[in-house]
Design a protein around this ligand. Structure first.
Ligand SMILES: *[C@@H]1O[C@H](CO)[C@@H](O)[C@H](O)[C@H]1NC(C)=O
Ligand SMILES: *[C@@H]1O[C@H](CO)[C@@H](O)[C@H](O)[C@H]1NC(C)=O
Ligand SMILES: *[C@@H]1O[C@H](CO)[C@@H](O)[C@H](O)[C@H]1NC(C)=O
Length: 663
């Protein structure tokens, strides 16, 4: 290779390297790829003035009333998608612009920070002007970005609306009250106030991106542009890092100032209720929105039933068994209260830490029960078939079929209900989850105590995580032993008993003094049990015996626990306690750890003493409907010692008689 060939090659290489470097750093102008999402014509109210801003791939045109009007050219994209503590938008961008409108000799730069919030919403912030070189302006922009506060960003609404699904903002049917900030009046609570945002699945119609508000009339509150029935197009939804949820909507309205609205609500509405608090602006100026309570207009939404589509479905067509009527509890992750009357099951259930919902199951067709299901504030109507076991103790066991959608178009057909019944109540539709244990149950709340299926006096052994163990306590708190001012020596034992006269509860004592006093009575008579589990129901299912207990001191939801119990020998039993209030399909009587779906296992050994009136009884729950409590009885027989002194015997007889009378 000659020297000038080498030079030529070197030059070529250098030129190519420089070329790629230029392409890689680039200026980002005009916008390409993902940056093109920022291209839209925006309307906003910026510092109280009606403002339009057209963002194209290479320019920015800004017009604010008669005050300001300029055009600028994109110089360089300085930053993209920065994570900031104040905001959560995934897409944001810092762009350096050169002011083209400037007439003087010096070039003037400024920069714009954009936050893309949805296909219809961009928030923006503009820096001051920099009469300097491009590179100096760029570094000042970077300082501007690091000093700027997202909370001052102006909300811009796209003037070329694109379909945005309302579901992310609001879904359902609500009754609401509204109150203007500057109004001294009480909130407007007209009965006709209603919001309906019902998006039908897969619907191509306007319902997917429109929410209808019906503003009822209240004297003195008609000052806003919102009166009568208004359709609001959903524009977008975004959140900040302070648990605020913002939404933007627009309506058919010629006056752009009033066409657009912002809304705010909070993720953590600190209230255990089914109410939703929203704040709303009365025009496109979103800077006035601070929190639901500090807004130009306060809305309080309450889920309700839709009078056209849902209420007609609530007409009952059959009756539930009479002894279902009452207040019940359904074991579930969160609190679920159940109200049953002759025709309707109403569930009031907690959805998460802050939200509740109310669901109605109305009896429509009998035998297996076809129920119409509507939820306040939700749009759907479903049919579900319920198969109930007759009630026993405090328990209603049931299975539910797959839900079937109500079909309003065929509602009038004469055989509509029987067709729904056949579809929903076919046995096939009950086998949706192929798990072993498909029965759910309601527990009467508060329960009526029943005789426990395990009775007697036992020593017990706790197996499981120590944090789940029962521990020594007295009602007013935890005290160290000895509570009884006696020496107990080696006579401390664990004790669980359900004895004659108190056989509706299992009393647990982690440590109980089993020593007798000078007249032969146990010293522990004066003792208080640590835990009292009231028996509320039991049954057998899939060869497992289930028992439900109630303990108001148990922090578990609803204070109910499910146990799986089994007799393991002549004098021994096992009881496995559920983790929450419900037993799990893979839990057995030997489960003791969370990995086995249990929180604790007790191993019981019969421990009846000479003077106890505490015969061992056991019922494995095969027939929970028998009223007469037929138990296997394993009482001790003739263990009274012949050497026992008559005085003591007389005393014992007196005690037994007293005990018998008190039953
Ligand atoms: C651009 O220049 C025009 C004319 O000098 C001025 O009115 C406008 O405020 C400038 N805008 C910015 C952002 O620099
Ligand atoms: C049953 O309860 C529902 C809902 O709570 C109610 O609308 C209905 O009137 C009640 N029916 C009877 C017969 O009490
Ligand atoms: C409830 O009524 C049904 C009959 O409708 C009966 O079989 C069942 O034993 C009753 N249960 C209770 C606890 O009263």
């Amino acid at each position: 290779m000659s020297w000038h060939q080498a030079l030529a090659l070197g030059l070529l290489l250098a030129w190519q390297l420089a070329g790629t470097a230029l392409a890689q750093t680039g200026t980002g102008c005009p916008f390409t790829g993902d940056d093109r999402r920022y291209i839209m014509p925006l309307f906003s109210i910026d510092s109280g003035q009606d403002t339009t801003m057209f963002i194209t791939d290479n320019t920015l045109t800004y017009r604010q009333g008669f005050l300001q009007s300029y055009k600028a050219t994109c110089v360089r994209v300085l930053d993209r998608n920065r994570k900031e503590p104040e905001q959560q938008s995934k897409w944001n961008m810092l762009v350096l612009y050169r002011n083209d409108t400037t007439s003087g000799s010096r070039e003037i730069y400024f920069c714009a920070k954009f936050y893309w919030q949805s296909i219809n919403i961009i928030q923006y912030q503009l820096s001051g002007v920099y009469a300097t070189t491009a590179s100096d302006a760029a570094s000042r922009c970077t300082i501007f970005e690091s000093n700027n506060r997202y909370s001052f960003a102006v909300v811009g609404f796209s003037q070329q609306y694109q379909i945005y699904n309302c579901k992310t903002i609001l879904e359902g049917v609500f009754w609401f009250t509204y109150q203007l900030k500057d109004s001294s009046r009480t909130p407007c609570d007209a009965l006709t106030n209603k919001i309906k945002a019902c998006q039908r699945a897969g619907s191509q119609e306007r319902d997917s991106y429109i929410a209808t508000f019906n503003w009822g009339q209240c004297p003195g509150l008609a000052a806003t542009k919102d009166t009568g029935q208004q359709n609001y197009y959903c524009y977008g939804m975004w959140t900040d890092n302070n648990n605020n949820v913002y939404a933007a909507v627009g309506m058919d309205q010629a006056d752009t100032k009033f066409k657009y609205r912002c809304l705010v609500t909070r993720k953590d509405q600190n209230e255990r209720s089914i109410l939703y608090r929203w704040g709303m602006t009365v025009d496109a100026d979103c800077s006035t929105l601070k929190s639901p309570d500090e807004s130009p207009m306060k809305l309080i939404l309450r889920p309700t039933l839709d009078s056209t589509d849902q209420v007609p479905q609530l007409r009952p067509g059959c009756n539930l068994p009479k002894n279902f009527t009452g207040v019940w509890f359904q074991p579930a992750e969160y609190q679920t209260d159940v109200y049953i009357n002759a025709t309707t099951i109403k569930l009031r259930r907690q959805l998460n830490q802050y939200q509740w919902e109310e669901v109605y199951f109305v009896c429509r067709q009998e035998s297996r029960y076809l129920m119409a299901v509507v939820t306040e504030g939700r749009c759907d109507v479903d049919y579900i078939c319920m198969h109930f076991m007759p009630r026993h103790h405090n328990i209603i066991r049931f299975r539910m079929s797959k839900p079937i959608k109500h079909d309003p178009n065929h509602n009038e057909d004469s055989n509509y209900m029987s067709r729904r019944f056949r579809e929903a109540c076919d046995w096939f539709s009950f086998t949706m989850d192929q798990v072993e244990w498909t029965y759910e149950y309601f527990v009467l709340n508060p329960p009526v105590p029943i005789n426990c299926p395990i009775q007697g006096r036992f020593k017990f052994n706790m197996v499981g995580q120590e944090s789940e163990f029962y521990f020594t306590k007295i009602p007013a708190g935890v005290t160290p032993r000895p509570r009884v001012q006696v020496v107990c020596d080696q006579y401390w034992e664990s004790d669980m008993h359900a004895c004659i006269g108190e056989n509706k509860q299992l009393s647990l004592d982690v440590q109980r003094c089993m020593r007798l006093d000078h007249i032969g009575r146990p010293l522990s008579e004066y003792d208080v049990p640590d835990n009292i589990l009231t028996c509320v129901g039991y049954w057998m299912e899939d060869a497992k015996s289930y028992m439900i207990t109630f303990d108001p001191a148990d922090p578990v939801v609803g204070n109910f626990r499910c146990w799986i119990y089994r007799r393991t020998g002549l004098r021994t039993y096992r009881m496995s306690r559920s983790m929450a209030s419900k037993c799990m399909p893979d839990q057995t009587s030997s489960s003791a750890y969370p990995s086995e779906s249990a929180s604790l296992m007790l191993e019981l050994t019969d421990n009846e003493r000479l003077f106890d009136q505490c015969p061992m009884k056991f019922d494995f729950g095969k027939d929970p409907y028998t009223n007469t409590f037929q138990l296997e009885v394993f009482a001790h027989a003739g263990r009274l010692s012949p050497t026992m002194r008559p005085a003591l015997l007389a005393c014992l007889v007196a005690m037994v008689t007293a005990a018998m009378h008190s039953i």
